[in-house]
Write a protein that binds this ligand. Sequence first.
Ligand code: KIV
Length: 263
Amino acid sequence: MNKKMTITSIQKTKGVRPLVMITAYDALFAKLLEPSSDMILVGDSLNMSFAGKSDTLSATMEQMMYHTKAVCSGAKNSFVVCDMPFGTYVNKEDALANAIRVFQETSADCVKIEGGEDKADIIEHLTSNAIAVCGHIGLLPQSVRSEGGYKVKGKTEKERLQLIEDAKAVEKAGAFCMVIEGVKAEVAFEVAKSVDIPVIGIGAGAGVDGQVLVFSDMLGLFEEFTPKFVKKYMDGAALVKDAIKNYADEVKMREFPKEEHTY
Ligand code: KIV
């Protein structure tokens, strides 16, 4: 069994080896991912792939708590990150109350907050109250409606400089690592170099300190859309549909159950 990662061992990977982070939303998949991942993220992307919504904005604390508890039960030896859903960290008091709830009611190891310089005061309030925080900069899925879509960042000099400021502010506020999403690879590389904590990329190229993918994307289970940065490691949807069709055909033809499946 792999040794469970800690904030210290995660930070020590910087400059040594890339970190592997994958999302999971339930105990079943968490257990399957555990042997190959350093960190499991209970992302609010579950609102799309599991709850069938068109974005992450309606995810609630209740949903995140339920799925985080399930992941922690399935992967007891994993470092688990719980995403703070939209609207639950708009001010320091709410952020702390909600993050304390995560720490008291689940065994998640940290929370994740979307935002850079603009969220530094909130991150600082959490970290100074014993809440471990993973930052999230660049393309922020919780800002999809206010930004009018999912926009890749780092295309202009202004955005490049802001991303570096964001990373530095998140680090200074006490976050032990951060996710960087949807950023031009050369800018993400520069951002990662500008801080001493690991910067884990999704759609941010190969030059950062680790990678994170949504498990239902990488397993080809989520069919609605596939972002450019996703590599499908299997065609899960086709495999599942084939298996279900086989079962249905066998039931209809009375080929299942056979003697060996019968008491
Ligand atoms: O919710 C999520 O799965 C995430 C990843 C996209 C990093 O935040």
